[in-house]
Design a protein around this ligand. Structure first.
Ligand code: SAM
Ligand code: SF4
Length: 336
């Protein structure tokens, strides 16, 4: 089948936007301390896009040149009926869409691994910040590490490639990180370390959590040989190979090494707002546009207009200096 290639979406800084991260819900079955408060106030259900609206909107993005879609949240697997969306989008693979993927906390992955693989998902990111049950419960406020580990096993057994994402948190998991890397590499998983970003109001002080990855990189270099490699997945991770384990290790460093220059992404919230930058407040609303009866051409034009406003980058450094959240919404709202 020959698929016409649409004109690429290009922002004012010449960056092609080919990657959409879509949050399917802001709800979650965990309460990670760096992500949301224990008593998180979620969006009213009637404000959410229906799964049909999400599928339609994402298809228009694909028609306008988006080639990679990541479903995220909140926790995408808690959205009722989420598999109908995954299946609809899976059917677009090879018809303009190169890859459909998912970021999950893994709690329900045991149940979803096989259907996800059957729908065409070949790679997923699983967020896991500790292998210690007590630290896991402290960090996520839920005692479900065993479910996550079972879910990871189920996804691997279903043939899905797994990348572990670990947020580096001062005083919480920093000393455990080499063990998490060894654990991931022993199972053939890539792993990326992430700097905690000042997004959303939480119960704790962010400055207490922040661990610059440059420090961690230096500590890991004293332990292992880190060989720079050119491997990229279209995301912000910069990879090395750990010679001793043979595995790939990524660093996502929004603070110490701003990655905005090569940004190819935009983010859609579960209420239909498109954020052109994770760390800025400007957004374009697609829910009202769709509910007012806009056709696909009008939605496509609105997508182009929004990409035309994509800002140069975030202001996370300034937020840490001021001790404030850079943007008021949590990562779980914008979609990680
Ligand atoms: N619930 C799913 C999960 O945890 O994988 C998907 C959504 S979650 C918001 C996506 C990613 O964002 C996770 O890897 C999480 O650790 C990360 N994250 C959340 N808040 C963050 C913050 N303030 N700074 C850095 N990463 C954050
Ligand atoms: Fe939920 Fe993911 Fe946020 Fe943790 S990081 S509270 S799993 S949305």
């Amino acid at each position: 089948m020959i698929v016409a290639t649409p004109r690429p979406l290009v922002d004012p800084y010449g960056r092609s936007v080919s990657y959409l991260r879509a949050s399917v819900t802001d709800r979650c079955d965990l309460r990670c301390a760096y992500c949301m408060p224990e008593r998180m106030k979620f969006q009213p259900r009637h404000d959410l896009l229906s799964l049909e609206e999400l599928a339609r909107l994402i298809r228009v993005f694909i028609g306008r040149g988006v080639r990679k879609v990541r479903l995220t949240g909140g926790e995408p697997l808690v959205r009722k009926g989420v598999m109908t969306l995954v299946e609809r989008l899976g059917a677009e693979i090879g018809r303009g869409l190169d890859e459909l993927t998912l970021t999950t906390n893994g709690v329900q992955l045991d149940e979803f691994a096989m259907p996800l693989a059957a729908a065409g998902i070949r790679r997923i990111n699983v967020s896991l910040d500790t292998l210690d049950p007590a630290t896991f419960e402290f960090l996520t406020r839920r005692p479900v590490l065993a479910n996550v580990l079972n879910g990871i096993d189920a996804a691997a057994a279903a043939g899905i490639a797994i990348k572990i994402n670990t947020v580096a948190l001062k005083g919480t998991n920093d000393r455990e990180i080499p063990a998490i890397i060894s654990w991931a590499h022993a199972r053939g998983f890539d792993i990326s370390l992430i700097e905690v970003m000042p997004m959303g109001e939480i119960d704790d002080d962010r400055a207490d959590q922040y661990l610059p990855l440059a420090e961690l990189h230096a500590a890991l270099r004293r332990r292992w040989t880190l060989e720079p490699i050119a491997y990229r997945t279209g995301g912000p991770s910069r990879y090395v190979r750990v010679a001793e384990t043979g595995g790939r290790l990524g660093f996502i460093t929004p603070l110490t090494n701003n990655f905005c220059e090569g940004c190819n992404r935009v983010r859609l919230t579960c209420t239909g707002r498109l954020y052109m930058c994770l760390g800025q407040n400007d957004a374009a609303d697609f829910r009202d546009l769709m509910r007012q009866g806009a056709d696909d051409a009008a939605i496509g034009a609105a997508i182009e207009e929004a990409i035309g406003r994509k800002p140069k980058g975030h202001d996370f450094e300034a937020a840490y200096r001021c001790g404030t959240a850079s943007v008021a919404r949590a990562m779980a709202v914008t979609g990680g």
